[in-house]
Design a protein around this ligand. Structure first.
Ligand code: ME8
Length: 481
């Protein structure tokens, strides 16, 4: 089972507000990769969820006059609804307030404590509640948190420390042996250099609030939210044989440090295997500014889908517009341009024109001469390197090839049923390859052309000559820009 499984995760998001485009990005890409690996015949487990403990949630709930649980029960469904609207098909949605997760966190704290990696000490520092982390004076931007541009709080507390310093050499050795653990490559050297400079022990407990998992060896402290949160990836599959370790922890670049340094150190301390890869993607900006709920600069999920009235169109845009790993600036115009230009004019037209012609003229089975124009191996390679934009580029180049072929062969004049078969069979390939990106569009095409989408072995099964092919509604509607 181990070689043939794929366990992928998104970060678990803070449900202190409704989800926005940044959360949608990681989740959609994770869904595309999960679906792609399912199509490769792997047993896939795709995890997402919400990070519900900590001061940020406790403070926001208090400001709204609610207790944290009540506050969360109102917001967590918004994440589930958002993923449903975006055709995200996760295997499991974890909440860190799940009792089963809390007991794993306690078990891990106890193990780490028993292994001598946790001790009691004093901590004084500058804390940003929105980040749920301490900063040093030199990290600050004019006295403010460098990310949220808000004042930090001076906190002083008795705290338990995790002996992170002890793991410096072990981590460096691990990175050396597993060069793709921190991906993409351009982000790994910065992390490794910082680790080389030395690691301070990490405060992993809090006494200033109680919204968290109590330490099993001292219940006057609750666990630091990141110790609690990171173990979600393990607690979700603990009882599922063969899925651990994760194959891919997908994260934004903002939280790479936590996943590339704290996470493997915690796992070493408790004697668990370490995920194969942590991949940090770039950030979307809106009008060149960081998208942030707390600073009121964000696009919600319904608003995102409403731009083109198509979840598949947004999924496509997020995967195609920016090389995965790079930053990008989001604009409605860019979404509409790709929707009208690539989805409607290229893919939509190919499908509706071909189906319309076939309804009138029919098809005759023959060898599909277009097949050697689609670079399936290259597309597979791009996908295994997480180069989603390049894979889509190749698929859309093939769509161009098909449109040009019809234009050149003019089957509406010649009535050539073989040409129509070749194009219909190519549409079958296109929709199988596009299914992970645009599942509902691909499923519409497969119904219209009478084939099924099961897995990639279907790529080698030519279209049945007796398929009933019908002209049906347009796949995409034109959006005025
Ligand atoms: O950090 N562009 O939760 P969070 C791209 N609970 N991606 C973005 C983005 C943007 N502008 N904004 C957010 C947390 N993201 C912790 C995680 S995991 C054990 C705990 C995405 O709600 C991106 O994936 O702040 C980023 O890492 C994540 O949302 C942060 O979500």
């Amino acid at each position: 089972m181990k070689e043939n499984k794929f366990y992928i995760t998104t970060p678990i998001y803070y449900p202190n507000d409704v989800p926005h485009i940044g959360h949608a990005y990681t989740t959609v890409v994770a869904d595309v990769l999960a679906r792609w690996n399912k199509m490769l015949g792997k047993k896939v487990f795709f995890l997402t969820g919400t990070d519900e403990h900590g001061k940020k949630i406790a403070d926001t709930a208090r400001r709204e006059g609610k207790n944290p649980q009540e506050f969360l029960n109102n917001l967590v469904p918004k994440f589930k609804e958002a993923w449903k609207k975006l055709n995200v098909d996760y295997s499991y949605f974890i909440r860190t307030t799940d009792k089963s997760h809390e007991s794993v966190v306690k078990e891990m704290l106890q193990k780490s404590f028993d292994n001598g990696d946790i001790y009691l000490g004093d901590y004084e520092g500058l804390y940003c509640v929105d980040c749920e982390r301490y900063y040093t004076e030199k990290d600050l931007d004019n006295g403010n948190c460098p990310i949220h541009k808000k004042p930090v709080e001076k906190l002083s507390e008795k705290t338990y420390f995790f002996k992170l310093s002890k793991y410096k050499d072990k981590l460096l050795e691990f990175y050396e042996k597993n060069p793709s653990f921190i991906s993409p490559k351009k982000r790994s050297s910065e992390i490794i250099n910082r680790v080389r400079e030395g690691l301070k022990d990490l405060s992993i407990s809090r006494t200033s609030f109680d919204w968290g998992v109590p330490l099993p060896f001292d219940d006057s402290h609750v666990a630091y939210v990141w110790f609690d949160a990171l173990f979600n990836y393990y607690s979700a599959v603990k009882d599922k044989n063969g899925f651990w370790p994760a194959d891919l922890n997908l994260v934004g670049k903002d939280i790479l440090w936590f996943h590339a340094v704290y996470w493997p150190a915690f796992l070493m301390s408790v004697g668990l295997e370490i995920p194969k890869m942590v991949f940090a993607h770039g950030f979307w900006t809106l009008d060149s500014e960081k998208i942030s709920k707390s600073r009121g600069k964000a696009i919600g999920i319904s608003e995102l889908i409403a731009i083109t009235d198509s979840a598949d169109s947004i999924r496509y845009f997020l995967c195609r517009a920016v090389p995965f790993g790079d930053d990008g600036d989001f604009s409605k115009d860019a979404v509409i341009k790709r929707h009208n230009g690539e989805l409607l004019n290229k893919l939509g037209n190919l499908v509706s024109r071909t189906a319309g012609l076939i309804e009138k003229k029919g098809i005759e089975k023959c060898k599909n001469s277009l097949l050697d124009k689609i670079k399936i191996e290259e597309i597979e390679r791009y996908m295994s390197n997480l180069e989603l934009d390049k894979a889509l580029n190749d698929i859309f180049s093939f769509i161009d090839v098909c449109n040009e072929y019809i234009q050149e062969k003019k089957p509406w004049e010649t009535g050539d049923k073989k040409v129509l078969y070749e194009v219909a069979d190519s549409i079958r390939l296109i929709s199988i390859l596009l299914w992970p990106f645009m599942p509902s569009t691909s499923e519409k095409i497969s119904k219209q052309f009478g084939f099924s989408i099961d897995d990639f072995s279907g790529l080698d099964k030519p279209l049945d000559e007796n398929s009933k092919i019908i002209k049906s509604e347009f796949l995409f509607n034109r959006v005025e820009d």
